[in-house]
Design a protein around this ligand. Structure first.
Ligand SMILES: N[C@@H](CCC(=O)N[C@@H](CS)C(=O)NCC(=O)O)C(=O)O
Length: 209
C-alpha cells in the first residue's frame, strides 16, 4: 500500500480524506486512533501529530497532517480523476465552501473545544448547533448559486468531500437541516456514489455498531 491513514471512524476530517482516497481509487492501510479513549494524546501518536488530532497520512517518505494539506497532496500526486474545477473562479468557489467548513465550522465544534465549553460552564450542544447553523447558511447560499447535482455544478469536487461529514456532524448535534434544502439535495446525490458510501464511518473497522 502507498499510504497509511491514521484516523477515527467518527472524525469528520478523516472522513474527508477517505472520500478523496476512494474517489481516486487509492488503496490504503487504515490505522484507528480512538479519540474517545484519548489515544491521540499518547506519546506514540503524538510523535506523528503533536496537535493530538486525526487525520495523519504517512507515505513512503513523508508524514502529513491537516486534511486540507493531505487532500491537496493527493489531488496533485493522483490527478485523475480530478476533483478540482479547471475554471479559476469555480476553483476559488470550491475552496470558499471548503474553508467555511474547515475553519468556520469544524474547529468550533471539535471534541476538545466542546469539552472546554463545558468546563467553562457553557452548553456544548447549543454552541455546536449555533456555529453549525451559521456556517450552513453560508454554504447553502454558495451551493444554491451553482444549480448542479453537487456543490459546484455537476462534477464531484473537494468541496463535496468536506460537505458530507459536516452534514453528519450537524445531524449528530441535532441541527434541523430542513432550512438547507440545496445542501441536503447535494447529499442525496452524493449518497448514490459507491466510493462515497464506502467512505462512510459505519463501514470502518473501528466503528462502534
Ligand atoms: N484542521 C485539522 C483539524 C483536525 C481535527 O480537528 N481533528 C479532530 C477530529 S475531526 C480531532 O482529532 N479531535 C481530537 C480532539 O479534539 O481531541 C484537519 O483538518 O485535519
Amino acid at each position: 500500500m502507498l499510504y497509511s491513514l491514521y484516523g477515527f471512524w467518527q472524525s469528520s476530517c478523516t472522513w474527508r480524506v477517505r472520500v478523496v482516497l476512494n474517489l481516486k481509487n487509492i488503496r490504503y492501510n487504515y490505522v484507528p486512533i480512538n479519540l474517545l479513549e484519548g489515544v491521540q494524546k499518547q506519546d506514540d501518536y503524538k510523535n506523528l501529530n503533536n496537535l493530538e488530532q486525526v487525520p495523519t497520512l504517512i507515505g513512503k517518505t513523508f508524514r502529513l497532517t491537516q486534511s486540507m494539506a493531505i487532500i491537496q497532496y493527493l489531488e496533485s500526486a493522483h490527478p485523475i480523476p480530478s476533483l478540482t474545477p479547471t475554471d479559476y473562479l469555480l476553483k476559488a468557489k470550491m475552496f470558499e465552501i471548503c474553508e467555511i467548513i474547515n475553519s468556520g465550522i469544524q474547529p468550533l465544534q471539535n471534541l476538545s473545544m466542546l469539552k472546554k465549553i463545558k468546563e467553562l460552564g457553557g452548553n456544548p450542544k447549543d454552541f455546536a448547533q449555533e456555529v453549525i447553523r451559521k456556517g450552513f447558511i453560508s454554504v447553502e447560499d454558495l451551493v444554491s448559486q451553482h444549480h448542479g447535482k453537487y456543490c459546484i455544478g455537476n462534477e464531484i469536487t473537494i468541496a463535496d468531500a468536506f460537505l458530507i461529514p459536516q452534514i453528519n456532524n450537524a445531524l449528530r448535534y441535532g441541527v434541523d437541516m430542513i432550512s438547507f434544502p440545496q445542501v441536503m439535495s447535494v447529499l442525496e446525490e452524493l449518497n448514490k456514489v459507491p466510493e462515497i458510501i464506502k467512505a462512510s464511518p459505519d463501514s470502518k473497522t473501528d466503528a462502534i455498531k
